[in-house]
Design a protein around this ligand. Structure first.
Ligand SMILES: [Zn+2]
Length: 338
């Protein structure tokens, strides 16, 4: 009888174990379920949310699959968001409350601690709701945000900012090695502030939408070479990993071992197969799995966070340990979080 009871107990335990394993698997792929640091989340508020709900289909590269320039690109873009062509589009919110409750739910479901990038007033609003989890990051663009150096120092010393980024100079046609950035890089180096800089793809048709000065060539990571010689102690993350300049990125990561990258939403900007095959697999194969950080580039559509996590989790060439590095360990090391 005892043996029989023991057998029952053992079979219950083994059934429970296999249930746990199957919950952590999709097909042959082991899914990472631990805590996540998102290096790339944009703070919105009522001033940045669109007045009507817009539906997003991914990948973004196919939002407007073809375009005849006799039309205005902005019109084609807006039409695609107002009448999304996919079965289950993500919908933007029109109120801060609606938006942040969706963000909250994504953060809780996926156990995410986000580095939240925004302006000072928007991040003050966010701190009311997410002060326990968020890591505040000061967005910055030369000309638009002409913050005197002393004020910037004060924001980091007294206002709780922990990262300088997203530095979005590329949208204003300013390369990462523009000499006007020197003073800011020098301050970040002196204060040991991690810097996160946009280098890579923006929205399709960016120069015809909101950023007429956008320069695609400034995505090239080689443009950081002089910066890193001048400021060798700079803690730097290339957001969007300088995509699609993968070979240039690899030589920069090789020669400048302090460089980290964040995936920066490229996982939903292009079809997954392309992202896996030609970008993520290649950076991993080059041996840089300890310097790739997860970044969702979530903005108007909070569900981009979960979708991004799923896409990385479903990469069948990554081991569970490699996923743990990408989702958490590398960012914790870069940010010097215990
Ligand atoms: Zn960016």
């Amino acid at each position: 009888m005892r043996t029989f009871k023991l057998l029952i107990v053992l079979s219950i335990i083994s059934a429970f174990k296999s249930m746990l394993i199957s919950q952590d698997k999709k097909g042959d792929v082991s899914l990472y379920k631990g805590p996540i640091i998102d290096m790339h989340l944009h703070a919105e508020n009522n001033s940045t949310l669109p007045p009507e709900e817009l539906g997003l289909c991914i990948p973004l590269s196919n939002l407007v699959p073809h375009f005849d320039p006799k039309q205005e690109f902005g019109e084609a873009w807006t039409a695609a968001l107002k009448n999304p062509s996919c079965k289950n589009p993500m919908w933007s919110s029109t109120s801060f409350e609606g938006y942040t409750s969706k963000i909250q739910s994504q953060l809780e479901t996926y156990k995410v601690r986000p580095v939240v990038s925004g302006s000072t007033p928007i991040l003050e609003e966010w701190k009311q709701k997410f002060s326990n989890t968020m890591i505040p990051s000061l967005e910055f663009q030369l000309e638009r945000d002409s913050i005197p150096l002393d004020s910037l120092r004060g924001l980091f010393e007294n206002n709780g900012f922990q990262v300088l980024g997203e530095i979005s100079n590329q949208y204003a046609g300013i390369p990462p090695n523009d000499p006007r950035m020197d003073a800011y890089y020098a301050l970040a180096e002196e204060m040991e502030i991690p810097v996160a800089i946009h280098m890579g793809t923006g929205a399709p048709g960016s120069p015809y939408l909101f950023s007429p000065k956008y320069v695609a060539a400034y995505s090239n990571p080689l443009l950081l070479e002089e910066v890193l010689k001048k400021y060798p102690k700079l803690r730097i993350s290339i957001m969007h990993y300088g995509e699609p300049f993968i070979d240039e990125l690899i030589t920069m990561m090789y020669h400048y071992p302090q460089i980290y990258v964040d995936l920066g939403g490229i996982q939903w900007a292009y079809p997954s197969d392309y992202f896996y095959q030609y970008h993520l697999k290649k950076i991993m194969a080059a041996g840089f799995g300890k310097r790739i950080m997860f970044g969702s580039d979530t903005f108007l559509w909070p569900e981009l966070l979960g979708k991004s996590i799923d896409i990385i989790n479903e990469a069948d060439f990554l081991t569970l340990e490699q996923k743990a590095d990408i989702f958490y360990n590398n960012a914790a090391r870069f940010l010097r979080i215990d």
